[in-house]
Design a protein around this ligand. Structure first.
Ligand SMILES: Nc1ncnc2c1ncn2[C@@H]1O[C@H](COP(=O)(O)OP(=O)(O)OP(=O)(O)O)[C@@H](O)[C@H]1O
Ligand SMILES: [Mg+2]
Length: 238
């Protein structure tokens, strides 16, 4: 197996002096989608924000073997880590095309790849992003990360609050994106996790409590109930 693209060791994060990530260690393989699971408030978003240097953190983070935990956020972005935050954060008064243009970094933006992935956005290129539906805004947010030639994407709950049909569209786009870039994906929709993720990490109270194959945890009803407080089986969430 090839070396991991990201290695996190003993990550601790705090917000306003309060520790929210206690001790998080995991590897992200260089290909495919790795899911981050856990109950509400477990520390999933804080883990991603800590990796990105958006909150106070300590511990070791390596990108393809190189230490990156002392780098400021903009350097991490320059090194090729794309971040899609939990709450989308598109520029509402700017058009779809303007949102994408502002995200472009480097000389060869992958405009065609993004246009093929999200034809809906091409049709709406002149529409103000703030007037798009939630699902369309999510697509802009994902497209903003995909337009650059990133080495790793951190994507936080991209299907949250979306209608089932749109959930599937976003999931399909992520599956396609994952053929070109490894993704660390926070996702609460276990049907989406089952479709997309190879590996899974479960976080509880700021600590990693499980790592393994995504299918193994989803197939283990006792584990999903104990760690996630939900039943993975019995009724698709899509
Ligand atoms: N800005 C903040 N100020 C104070 N505490 C915060 C802040 N943001 C997060 N926390 C706390 O940190 C802990 C972890 O939150 P985090 O957002 O990382 O959880 P999460 O696993 O992403 O949850 P969710 O599934 O609801 O998105 C929670 O107890 C939360 O209340
Ligand atoms: Mg979160």
């Amino acid at each position: 197996m090839s070396a991991p693209i990201l290695t996190v060791s003993g990550l601790e994060c705090s917000i306003a002096g309060q520790q929210v990530v206690e001790d998080v260690s995991f590897d992200v393989p260089a290909t495919g989608i790795t899911a981050v699971l856990g109950r509400n408030g477990a520390g999933k978003t804080s883990t991603l924000r800590g990796i990105m240097g958006l909150i106070t953190r300590s511990g070791e983070v390596r990108l393809a073997g190189e230490r990156i935990d002392a780098l400021p956020t903009h350097k991490l972005v320059q090194r090729g880590i794309g971040y899609v935050p939990e709450d989308r954060e598109v520029f509402g008064s700017l058009s779809v095309a303007e949102n994408l243009a502002l995200a472009e970094r480097g000389p060869n933006p992958r405009r065609e790849f993004v246009a093929d992935l999200f034809p809906d956005l091409v049709a709406r290129r002149d529409q103000a992003a703030g007037t798009l539906s939630g699902g369309q805004q999510q697509m802009v947010s994902v497209a903003r990360a995909l337009i650059n030639d990133n080495r790793l994407l951190l994507v936080d709950e991209p299907t949250k609050g979306l209608a089932p049909k749109i959930v599937q569209e976003v999931a399909d786009a992520l599956a396609e994106a994952a053929t070109t870039v490894p993704i660390l994906l926070v996702e609460q929709n276990l049907e989406v996790v089952r479709q997309l993720a190879d590996d899974a990490i479960v976080i509880s109270s700021g600590r990693v409590v499980y790592t393994g194959k995504a299918a193994d945890i989803l197939d283990d009803e006792q584990l999903t109930t104990q760690l996630l407080g939900v039943h993975a089986e019995g009724g698709s969430q899509l």
